[in-house]
Each structure stands twice: as C-alpha cells, then as structure tokens.
Design a protein around this ligand. Sequence first.
Ligand code: PEP
Ligand code: MG
Length: 316
Amino acid sequence: EREQTASAPVTPGALADGTPIPLLANLGSGDGAAHAVELGAEGVGLFRTEFLFLDAGDTAPSVDEQTEHYVRVLSAFAGKKVTVRVLDAGADKPLPFLNDADEQNPALGLRGLRALRAREGILRDQLAALAAADAQTEADLWVMAPMVSTVEETEYFVDLAHEFGLKTAGIMVEVPSIALLAKRAFAASDFASIGTNDLTQYTLAADRLLGTVASFQDPWHPAVLQLIGAVGQAGAEAGKPVGICGEAAADPLLAVVLVGLGATTLSMSPSALADVRLSLARFDGDAAQHLAQIACDAADAASARAAVTDAASSLQ
Ligand code: PEP
Ligand code: MG
C-alpha cells in the first residue's frame, strides 16, 4: 500500500485523442477523501450528505456541525471541484424527522428536493453551512439538488443557492421528466449531474430496492442511454457541464458510451477510477460517439452491452 502511494501521481482522465474527462470521486464523508486523492480523484463529483444527517439521530445537525463536516472534505481538495449534494432523504434513504413513514410508494413520494422544500429551514441551514465552509476553504464548491423533476424546482434550488452566495448550483438528473426538458433546465442551472441509479429506476419503473425487479435496474438500457444523450446534447448546446455520478460511470465500457453521449466528467467510487481511466484512454471521441450510437440503437440492455463489447474489440 505505502509503495503504491509513493509512486508517480496518477494521470488525469482523458480519451485517446487527449480530450480531458475529469474522473471524480463519490464520497459519503471526509474520511475517504485522502484515499480518493491517492487513487487519482481529480475532485468530488458527488458528496452524499445523508450520512451526516442519519448519524445525527432525531434532529438535523446544527449549522456549525455541518460546517465542520463540509470543511473536512473541502480541505482535502484545495483547488479542485467538490460537488456537494444537499440532503437526499426519502425512499431508499429515509430520515425519521423529515419523511412520512406512511407513504405507499416512497420512491414516488416526498423525497429529495421535494422533502427539503416541505421543510425549507433544513435546506436553508444546509446552504448556510456550505457557504460558511466555502469561505474557509480553497476548493471549488458546486452544490446540487437530488430528485428534481421540474424546471420550476430547478429555478427554485439554483436561485436559492445563489442567494446564499454559492456560485455554482445545479441539479441531478434522475427523473425522465427533467431529462426531456434538459434544454429548459440548463437555462436555469449552472450544470447537471446524471444519477443513473435513480434515472434507471424511474425510466424502467422498477424499484431499485426490490429484488424481484432487479433485472430491470440496468443502466445499459437504451431508453436510459437515450435520455442521457438528450441531456448531453442540451448541455453541449448550452455550454454547460454534464457529469455522471451513478453506478454506470464505474463500468469501464459504459463509461466510454457515456462520454460518447456527452458526459464531460465521470464520478464513481474511488476503487473504480483506475479501470475507467484505462478504458477511456483506449478510445477517441469519434469512437466513443460510435459506440454510444450502437448502444442507443439496441433493443434492450443485454444487446446494447453485447453490441458495444463487440464493436469495441473490433476498434482496437
Ligand atoms: C443516483 O441515483 O444515481 C445517485 C447517484 O444517487 P443515489 O444513488 O445516492 O440515489
Ligand atoms: Mg439518486
């Protein structure tokens, strides 16, 4: 382990033609930050703040407690981008003081930004803590909201974050409605980050927690990829970054397809960074777009994966 960390710094993510594709880390606390940097994370594409709230018990953590927590992760990435997601409570991440346990379909209920709007004080405290942490550190802080489904919600969140002095505010694209309205969303939002776990769940109408429908939870599905492509195109037209922060970004071959669909950064569990870095370096932009087209033209997830695997090996 020690020898590995003493070796030359890891090269940044890039395609074979040199196009940079920054590779970022998904983190849930400041603890993993140093290790992520050792593994070559060029920043943080998704800092999940749920754990801080889950650990706090029956109430939300105070602004000061939150500030300290955010300072810890921001300090580890001085000069680099850190994308913090505001609290994503509900559905697979229930919080007793925020969510209504009586919902029949919690994934379709008051979760993510919807839950925060119903208790706006919690959102305001979190944005205040993030602004305070930003003032104390040198990282490039981006903030984003989960489970955004309308343009109005996009405007609401981005405007509120800007009011708190947070310069770069955006949305997660996890619901098909906002993927389809990406052009309008980008008019309000500084960036988008696609959460492929939820986007797959909502596109295929298959609960991501339910074993009986687990086979539907496959981000190679062409319907999911076409939605990602629509967001990528809208982002390119608007000149705004489009990140991917769901599990899909950690699949080395799918990562190439995602770049072909217009992703400008990929964020993943730090352990996946090395394999994705190697895979991107094998293909140029034209090859990535060609593979993306093959995947989008497939009938289902299995044939998309098989056709891209075939085409990729013949490109080598
Ligand atoms: C996602 O939905 O893809 C995502 C990154 O968020 P989470 O898995 O935390 O819901
Ligand atoms: Mg999600």
